[in-house]
Structures are given as C-alpha cells and as structure tokens.
Design a protein around this ligand. Structure first.
Ligand code: KIV
Length: 301
C-alpha cells in the first residue's frame, strides 16, 4: 500500500469508542487540525480524535497567544476541519472569553460549535468556575472535554507557560480540578505539562479518558499540535514536543525553487501551457497583421 493510499473505511469514532479504548488500554491518538487539508491529513493518518485547538491563534492566525482568538475565527477553522473529516471525533476549543461569564454564555457558545461547525464536542480550560460551565454544557446535551494543568488561556495567572503541579500542594489543585471536571460529566480530560508522577498517581481515580500533552506516558492517550509535530510552526516549541517532520523547511525550499525558476525563466515549460491549433494561429496572425480583430470587427485606430 502506498504511503498516500486512503486507509480502509473505519467506523466513526464515538464517545463509546473512546470509553472502550480506555477500558481495553488501547492508546487514544489526538492531534490538532485547523483547516480542510490538515483535517484530511489527520483523517488519512487514522487518528481517533481531532481538536480544533485555540493554539490556532498562534499556529495559523499569527497571534502572540491563545487569548485574542475570537469565537467567529474558531468557528471558521472548525467548520473547515469538519469538511475534511469523516472518522475521527471532532472537538472544538472554546476560546478565552467565550464561556467563563455565565452558564448561558457557555451553552450558547458550545451550541454554535455544534450547529455552525459540526463539532462532536467542545473543550474548555481550568477547574474552578469552569466546572460549573462544563456541567451546564453537558446538561444542554453537548459532550465536554476538560483541560487541567497548564491552561494557556490563563497562563499569565499561572506564572507563564510553565509546567504545573510540581509541589504536593499545587499537584493537589490539579487533582481537585480533574476530579471536579469528571464529576461535572466531562467525557475526557486533557492533562497539560504536569509531572509524570502526578499523572501516574491520579490515573487510578479517573474513570474517563485522559489525554496527555507533556503529562508522561501513563495517560490513556496523547495529543500534539499539528504544526509542532510536523515542524510547520517556527515559534517556541515546548519540551514535550516531538518533531516527526520538517515541513516548514520543505515548504520554504519549494517556494525558493519556484522563485528561482520564475526568475531564471525555467518556469513555465511547454508542458504547463495551452496550445492553439496551427490554423487558428494562422488566422490570429492574419487578423492581427491586418489590424482587424479576430472576430472580424476592425480594431479602433
Ligand atoms: O489548543 C490546543 O491545541 C490545545 C492542546 C494543546 C490540548 O489545547
């Protein structure tokens, strides 16, 4: 089978598929995607879950952090990703400021991700008041994924983009947040940038799938940012990123080669163009040399 051949048709991943994978100890693979081609890549690669993460703010929209991205921007990206997917379970990230104010706000935003972008579920960050928001969205019939540990939307309050839960007291805060989100009805939780020992000690108490990113090997699955794992994004990469490609370099090389070909007149070649039949060429030549337009009318002087 070629590396690009489509994978055999697989059944769509559902909440019960994910719960079953946890029960069977089968690792769950999640990756972010933010548009039609990246979603198609995730589909073809056979991942279980796709997250339209608010990391899109940096990776595709060029913002300095996840904070400025709007709901409308996230919905446009999520809808494009949806069009590239049939199999993986699609989660849309609720952006900063779109769910924290009230249960009503959280439900209304989550409903937009389902209705307008076709997401299967939404994700929100933190414990605290987000636990109530998660319960409200679940109560409205929309599956919710929690996110604890390093929560980039509130990184400033956490002292920056740094690992969390490294003292017993801070680790207990992560434990409390995770268990509260589970109690609120979340179907899964992301653990981001927490010590592996904390994950190992917490896992026996978590009945829902835990997806890790910089949380060690004990989780039920892993997630990485598409642009980080493929080497498309050239911003700072966290310690937990493993690169599986150097796509940005290939893209730069491709555009440089194209630019050089254009400048040296090596592109386009005859094979890239369109031909006229020889008699049409002759008719055109005659029309141009007699000053007439090819349609028979004379050109204005
Ligand atoms: O926005 C994102 O990509 C995320 C993942 C890193 C979990 O939240």
């Amino acid at each position: 089978m070629s590396a690009h051949a489509p994978v055999a048709k697989r059944p769509s991943v559902s909440l019960s598929t994910l719960a079953e994978k946890k029960a069977l100890g089968e690792p769950i693979v999640m990756v972010t995607a933010y548009d039609y081609p990246s979603a198609q890549v995730a589909e073809t690669a056979g991942v279980d879950m796709v997250l339209v993460g608010d990391s899109a703010a940096m990776t595709v929209l060029g913002y300095p952090s996840t904070v400025p991205v709007s709901t409308d921007e996230m919905l446009m990206l999520a809808a494009a990703a949806r069009r590239g997917l049939t199999t993986p379970f699609l989660v849309g990230d609720l952006p900063f400021g779109s769910y924290e104010a009230s249960d009503e706000q959280a439900i209304a935003t989550a409903q937009r991700f389902v209705k307008e972008a076709g997401c299967d579920a939404v994700k929100l960050e933190r414990g605290g008041s987000s636990v109530d928001r998660a319960a409200a969205i679940v109560g409205a019939g929309i599956p919710v994924m929690g996110h604890v540990g390093l929560t980039p939307q509130t990184a400033t309050a956490l002292g920056g983009y740094r690992s969390q839960g490294r003292t017993a007291e801070r680790a207990m805060e992560v434990v409390e947040d995770a268990l509260a989100l589970q109690e609120a009805g979340c179907f899964a939780i992301v653990f981001e940038a927490v010590p592996s020992q904390l994950t190992e000690m917490l896992m026996p108490q978590v009945e829902i799938p835990v997806i890790g990113i910089g949380a060690g090997p004990a989780t039920d699955g892993q997630v990485l940012v598409f642009h980080d794992l493929l080497g498309i994004y050239d911003g700072h990469a966290a310690r937990f990123v493993k690169r599986y490609g150097d796509i940005r370099e290939s893209m730069v090389q491709g555009v440089e080669a194209y630019a050089a070909d254009v400048r040296d007149r090596r592109y386009p070649e005859p094979a890239h163009g369109y031909d006229m039949a020889p008699d049409e060429v002759e008719r055109l030549r005659g029309a141009l040399s007699s000053g007439a337009s090819p349609r028979g009318a004379r050109r204005p002087a």
